[in-house]
Each structure stands twice: as C-alpha cells, then as structure tokens.
Design a protein around this ligand. Structure first.
Ligand code: PLP
Length: 394
C-alpha cells in the first residue's frame, strides 16, 4: 500500500502512541483529582500545553484543548460572533475554507449575521486588497485559513493579520493543515485565534486546540466543569492531549528536514505528471504551497473513478477533500479557483509524507499514468477529442 492521503489524516507516530499509553494504563486518574494518580495527568496536560504554546509563539494560558479542528473552528466563529454582537454583525471569510468554517458561517447567517465570502484567484490566493475593500464599520471577525487542505495554497495570513489588527477586528486562522508543516508564530501573524488538530501531524484523532490571544473576550462553547479555565468544560482527553504534545514536539524537531524531503518528492511527482500525462492541470499555487501537496485535474476522467481504481492498485489518494467525499458535488475549492465542472470533477489530491520513498512515488506516477489512460479509453468525450485532434487512440 502506498499512502498518499496525509491531508486527510496521518499515521500516529510510534513515539506518540508510546507517550500516550501510560495515561490509559497507569496514570488514568482524573486530572481534576487531588491525589497523585490525577496530578500526573494534570502535569502531563500542562506540559503538552507548554510544548504547543512554544511551537506557535504563544503562552501556555492561551492554549485551549478541544476535540479536534472542527470544534476549534466552531468555537472561534460562534463565540467571536456572539461576544462581539453589540459591535456589529459582519464576518469576512473566504470561499475556500474547510466546511468546519463554511457551515458554521452559514449557521451564523441563519442567526442574523452577514458573511462576505471572498473570492480567490486561479491559484487559490486570497487578494489582500479585496479583503481590505470588504471591511465595513460593522465587521467583527475575519477568518482566513493558513493553508488550504485541498490545493495546498498558503494564504497571506501575516498581511491579513496586520490589516485586522489596524482596524481592531478579531482575526482567526484555521491552521489545521499548517501546524507542523510550515513555521507559525502568532505574534508575527497577528492572529487572535488559531485552530489546529493533532491527527494532521502524526498525533491522535479527536484532539485539537484553539489558541485565544490573552485578553480576547470569547464565550465558552461548551458549558460544564471548570476545565480549560472555564472556557471548555469536560474531563480532559489526557492521553489525546499528551499525544498531541508529543506530536507537536516531534514535528517541530524535524520540520525543516521533513518539509525538504516532501518538497523534493512533491516536485518530482508534479514533473512526472506534467511531462507524461497530457491534458492535466496543477491546482493550487506552484510555489506557495504545502510541502506535500499535489493536486491535479485530468480532463476526460472522473476523479471518483480514478481514486477507486488507484485504491484497487494499493494507492490511497483522494478526489476533493476527504471530508466531502461521498458527496457528489464538485469541490467548492476547485470551483472557487475557476475550474469548470469537468476539471473540478476530474481532480486528484495526493498528499505526501516524509515516510514516502522515491520508489513509492515512482510507482504512484506509473500507476496514475496507466489508470488515467485506461479511464480515458472508456470515455466517449476523449474519443471525440482525439478524432477532432486528428489522432486515434488505437
Ligand atoms: N480545517 C481544515 C483546513 C482541515 O483540513 C480539517 C480536516 O480535514 C479540519 C479543519 C477539521 O479538523 P478535524 O478533523 O480535527 O475536526
């Protein structure tokens, strides 16, 4: 099996699992308990908090653990909207956000908020001047992702942060795909809130965090006990949080080396596809993109058929984002970058990790080439296209 779906999720690193295990078997006490079985958990949670805070240039009191990226995104948007509703009811986001943001924005629209969904260019970049122009006196929140999960484009978060700060507008970034992949510093980015998730960086599933800048007034999303400084109630997922901390420490130690390895493999795969498979288009920005992201559209091919056939050949990839697969609508991200139905429907995302080898990528390129060719041979529009071009597929 060749796993090329690391944007969907990653393999939990063995050292992460090892760090988590004692908190199931030995130190299983409730961190709120006063005896040592509980305080061991509390200590470990706080150590993870310190590690994660240091990784993004925050202080430990600014890190709030959640049950993943979706929860952090929901919290940031719903709570910011509610907390600022006397100041205004206008929110700015983009058309290429994850559904955790977009569906939350739709919910807020039903509650009487107004949302501007910014266009992006052909490469998936948010245009800062358009964002500036969208700001109104009643704008209370801007949410722009750090890196796109489908096409890998890195957004100009730092520039946007500077604008939001100058205007006194809360700024949130969904950094679920960015943490551990590219450097993130909440001071340099001038973000007030940042979401992240452990399972995208070789940590466990179902645990994430929301960074909330020092004095930001933000209501809790979940009410109950006093955990997470009364802002996110519920007994802490101690093993998950410990695993998240271990995963962040591991990712920070190897970030440059890992990114370089992935970039080399990514660029090799892109080159092979562009040289060997006709009628294809690289989606996303060529340079400003996540180190492991390869996203192509192939004309005369159905993305779903491509993914299924590659799956039968032992290659795990996705068409559109994993969270939307099962839905038949073309990806909203590919639509937003201006692809037509055919281009959007014929897309394939392959997201690499440092664990992939050159041989695996060579095999993946070979299998992809033969699969695209096979599927095209069954496509009547491809046959018509060849005829028109004066070629035969025989
Ligand atoms: N935001 C982005 C950009 C993502 O890619 C994902 C997951 O794919 C999420 C949010 C949701 O994170 P989680 O799976 O931890 O809920």
């Amino acid at each position: 099996m060749i796993y090329l779906d690391n944007a969907a999720t990653t393999r939990t690193a063995p050292e992460v699992v090892e760090a988590m295990l004692p908190f199931y078997t030995e130190n299983y006490g409730n961190p709120s308990a006063v005896y040592s079985l509980g305080s061991a958990g509390k200590k470990a949670v706080n150590e993870a908090r310190r590690t994660i805070a240091a990784a993004i240039g925050a202080s430990q009191e600014e890190i709030y653990f959640t049950a993943g990226g979706t929860e952090a995104d929901n919290w940031a948007l719903k709570a910011a909207a509610e907390s600022c509703r006397t100041k205004g009811r206008h929110i700015i986001t983009t058309k290429i956000e994850h559904h955790a943001i977009l569906h939350t924005c739709q919910y807020l629209e039903e509650k009487g908020y107004e949302v501007t969904y910014l266009d992006v260019d052909r490469e998936g970049m948010v245009k800062v001047d358009k964002l500036k122009a969208a700001i109104r006196p009643d704008t209370i929140l801007i949410s722009v992702m750090a890196a796109n999960n489908e096409i890998g484009t890195l957004e100009p978060v730092e520039e946007i942060g500077a604008i939001a700060r100058e205007k006194g507008i809360l700024f949130h970034t969904d950094a679920v795909q960015a943490l551990g992949q590219i450097p993130l510093d909440v001071e340099a980015l001038k973000v007030d809130m940042l979401s992240a998730s452990a399972h995208k960086l070789n940590g466990p599933k179902g645990v994430g965090m929301l960074y909330i800048r020092g004095r930001t007034e933000l209501l809790p999303l979940i009410h109950g006990g006093a955990q997470e400084r009364r802002r996110r109630a519920g007994t802490e997922n101690v093993p998950g949080i410990v695993g998240f901390g271990a995963a962040v420490r591991r990712a920070m130690e190897r970030m440059e080396e890992k990114a370089e390895k992935e970039r080399v493999l990514r660029d090799y795969l892109i080159k092979r596809i562009e040289e060997e498979i006709p009628c294809c288009r690289l989606n996303g920005h060529r340079e400003r993109r996540l180190p492991g992201n390869v996203n192509f559209s192939f004309r005369f091919v159905e993305g779903e058929a491509l993914v299924l056939t590659l799956g039968l050949k032992g290659i795990c990839a996705s068409s559109g984002s994993a969270c939307t697969s099962g839905e038949t609508d073309p990806s909203h991200v590919l639509r937003a970058i201006g692809l037509d139905d055919e281009e959007a429907g014929g897309s394939l995302r392959m997201t690499l990790s440092e664990e992939n080898t050159r041989e695996e990528i060579e095999t993946a390129a070979d299998r992809l080439k033969e699969t695209v060719q096979k599927l095209r041979e069954m496509n009547y529009r491809y046959k018509a296209f060849l005829k028109e071009m004066g070629k035969s597929d025989q």
